[in-house]
Write a protein that binds this ligand. Structure first.
Ligand SMILES: [Zn+2]
Length: 69
């Protein structure tokens, strides 16, 4: 199953590399989004797990922003 909002696999926690691949940005940008608090994530050891719900919210907010005239 694939999420219809962001295109990522339909699981609760996503790898930074997965998010970067689906948003077509690099992992650095994803980590910056996490640090700015734009998306929620938890740190598991050395790696971040991105909260899928919060990513979907971010994608929705952004598409609204970009579709405004
Ligand atoms: Zn999603």
């Amino acid at each position: 199953m694939v999420c219809r909002i962001c295109g990522c696999p339909d699981v609760k926690w996503l790898l930074v590399s997965t998010v970067a691949g689906h948003l077509e940005c690099n992992p650095k940008s994803v980590r910056r989004m996490i640090k700015r608090g734009e998306i929620d994530a938890v740190r598991v050891g050395r790696h971040w797990r991105v909260d899928h719900d919060s990513l979907d919210d971010y994608v929705r907010r952004d598409s609204v922003r970009f579709s405004e005239p």
